[in-house]
Design a binder for this molecule. Structure first.
Ligand code: CA
Length: 216
């Protein structure tokens, strides 16, 4: 899953980006509204964390312009517990909001819930044959046995599971699992797929030659 964080306070931006990366997300940051809008429009994100008070273009305007083109889930970061801001945020097409200062664990839980809702998942548990995935704890089991996946492998499994039954192209996977600074060596999808098959069973991911991957 790939997340964009638009926040002009450098320390807060760095801590949110680090927390998300530690949780296995591919994360891009933007320090003002102009950069944020550019990235939001031109890259494929699974969620956007959006501060309201931003240089160049504020969060409201960024959200308004983004909603003309895209439905990417947006979590607004509001500076104060003002009901007016929350109402305005939700009316403007934000999907959720969080009041600063926030607890990083709550932020991560909100992001997971946002991504789950946008994939129309009612609960955090997804069962696919003998494999079960818990998107809240990021735990994967096969026949009840816990499996150790790397952060990248987990992200790939989760993305395919949330889009199960659909063909997911390689381009889509590159867009959603890697951030703009990732080097090409870590991007070797085939290697990740091969490692996942060793752990979850060869049939867990089917390859559609020349098109992409699918889990049923
Ligand atoms: Ca700000």
């Amino acid at each position: 899953m790939r997340v964009l964080v638009v926040e002009d306070e450098p320390d807060l931006l760095a801590s949110v980006v680090n927390a998300l990366r530690e949780d296995g997300y591919a994360v891009d940051g933007a320090v003002d509204g102009e950069e944020g809008l550019y990235k939001a429009e031109n890259y494929e994100y699974d969620a956007i964390l959006l501060d309201i008070m931003l240089p160049k273009i504020d969060g409201w305007e960024l959200l308004r312009r983004l909603r003309l083109r895209k439905k990417t889930p947006v979590l607004m970061l509001t500076a104060r517990d003002a009901i007016r801001d929350r109402v305005r945020g939700l009316d403007s097409g934000a999907d959720d909001y969080l009041v600063k200062p926030f607890d990083v664990d709550e932020l991560l839980a909100r992001v997971r819930a946002l991504i789950r809702r946008s994939a129309s998942e009612a609960t955090s548990r997804i069962e696919l044959g003998e494999v079960a995935i818990d998107t809240a704890t990021r735990a994967v089991t096969r026949n009840g046995e816990p499996l150790m996946l790397t952060a990248r492998e987990y992200s790939l499994v989760e993305y395919l599971a949330l889009h199960r039954g659909k063909l997911v192209t390689r381009t889509t996977l590159y867009e959603h699992l890697f951030n703009e600074d990732d080097d090409t060596l870590s991007n070797l999808l085939d290697v990740h797929v091969s490692n996942i098959r060793k752990k979850l069973g060869h049939d867990f991911i089917s390859t559609r030659r020349g098109h992409g991957y699918c889990v049923e």
